[in-house]
Ligand binder design. Structure first.
Ligand SMILES: NC(=O)C1=CN([C@@H]2O[C@H](COP(=O)(O)OP(=O)(O)OC[C@H]3O[C@@H](n4cnc5c(N)ncnc54)[C@H](O)[C@@H]3O)[C@@H](O)[C@H]2O)C=CC1
Ligand SMILES: O=C(CO)COP(=O)(O)O
Length: 374
């Protein structure tokens, strides 16, 4: 979390705001104090996030135009490097083919170089890579940096579950907000309307700066002071989406799928509140809650691969189906189900969460897909 240094009062359109020193620079439109944004992750959602941000940094004087995007380097079948192709064509041909990112997006394969001038970091990679990325960034981040995590997932350690925003905050010593919502990346990439929720811990000014950076007429962002609630919604709905995919694969129909979504929402809420009693009921009615649950259970990648898993009677593994169907994109629901299961069994809560635990047991082959409705 950013240290609360000497509080200052500044005037903002007649309203007096009290700001801590690290955030003061953000309100200063002087070119030397413009905020510089780096997106860490160049996958499907990472590329769309960079595109949204880059359309705004060109218009808003409080940001540098250029948006750096750290891309995990890979060699394409043509023999070219992915970052070279992105910088030459302005397209992420592997993860978001056919969409121009904006000329001010610069792909960078060097993580340290990508963050060296930034004071706003947007984390958006599959959650399993976040621990390694954070380790590489220790000591490389500017002091007054603010972060936001778009990553849906969590970690489980010996001392219990840890949300990705806390991993970032603790490892890097910076404040981290989250942005989650009903956000299927391919739809936003072509300008179809959607909403999103920023979750923040304390500082409303910081949250508003993130809202400003992401908002477009077709991407409407709202901020709520419930970081754990927002992040747990985004994380747990992926487990429910796996269950919805099983139901689709078994051709059980819409009523059954709606029942799965209802039970899933109930378990999402119960689990979140058991872990963090401060989580607010109202958060489940924001885009990050019920709306993300619905869109992912209808049109997400977790649903799609789980449908194929159930159609194959569980005989082909998720890893195999993921590699074949998503071509490098990653599922989060199967590993999240495993992480949730670990928390549930460790705390003796398995019986309280039949949907979450059954998803894990089916995904690991201990139960058949039909167990989802038993
Ligand atoms: N795609 C979507 O529609 C949405 C995704 N999200 C969330 O955003 C996060 C990122 O998702 P996407 O951008 O879609 O990623 P993705 O599913 O496209 O994953 C591929 C990314 O992983 C990277 N990668 C592969 N191996 C790596 C390694 N060893 N180290 C670091 N990176 C590596 C690839 O370079 C690529 O950037 C996930 O938590 C996801 O749940 C959230 C909302 C929408
Ligand atoms: O999080 C998402 C939409 O908000 C995307 O979900 P999938 O990873 O299942 O595609």
């Amino acid at each position: 979390m950013a240290p609360a240094l000497d509080a200052q009062e500044v005037s903002n359109g007649g309203e007096t705001l009290t700001l801590s020193q690290p955030h003061h620079n953000w309100l200063n439109n002087n070119a030397s104090h413009r905020s510089k944004v780096t997106v860490i992750g160049g996958g499907n959602w990472g590329s769309v996030a960079a595109k949204l941000i880059a359309s705004n940094t060109l218009k808003l004087t409080s940001f540098h135009d250029e948006v750096r995007m750290w891309v995990f380097e890979e060699t394409l079948p043509s023999g070219e490097k992915l970052t070279d192709v992105i910088n030459r064509t302005n397209e992420n041909v592997k993860y978001l083919r056919g969409i121009k990112l904006g000329k001010n997006v610069v792909a960078d394969p060097d993580l340290e170089n990508a963050v060296k001038d930034a004071n706003m970091l947007v984390f958006v990679t599959p959650h399993q890579f976040m621990e390694g990325i954070c380790k590489r960034l220790v000591g490389k981040i500017k002091r007054d940096t603010e972060a936001i995590s778009l990553v849906k997932g969590m970690e489980v350690k010996m001392d219990g579950p840890r949300m990705i925003s806390s991993l970032i905050s603790k490892q890097l010593g910076i404040n981290c907000s989250v942005l989650m919502g009903a956000n299927i990346a391919n739809e936003i990439a072509v300008g179809k309307f959607s909403e999103a929720t920023v979750g923040y811990r304390e500082n409303r000014e910081v949250a508003e700066k993130w809202v400003q950076l992401f908002s477009t007429p077709y991407f409407v962002v709202t901020a709520v002071q419930d970081i754990e609630g927002v992040e747990l919604c985004g994380t747990l709905k992926n487990v429910v989406a796996i269950a919805a995919g099983f139901v689709d694969g078994l051709e059980m129909g819409n009523n059954t799928k709606a029942a799965i979504m209802r039970l899933g929402l109930r378990e999402m809420k119960a689990f979140s509140k058991l872990l963090f009693p401060s989580v607010k009921d109202s958060t489940f009615f924001e885009s990050c809650g019920v709306a993300d649950l619905i869109t992912t259970c209808l049109g997400g990648r977790n649903r799609k691969v789980a449908e194929a898993f159930a159609k194959n009677g569980g005989k082909r593994s998720f890893d195999e189906l993921e590699a074949e169907m998503l071509q490098g994109q990653k599922l989060q629901g199967v590993s999240t189900a495993g992480e949730v299961y670990e928390v549930l069994s460790h705390r003796g809560w398995l019986e309280l969460f039949p949907l979450f635990s059954t998803v894990h047991e089916i995904s690991t082959g201990r139960l058949p897909p039909s167990a989802i409705v038993e």
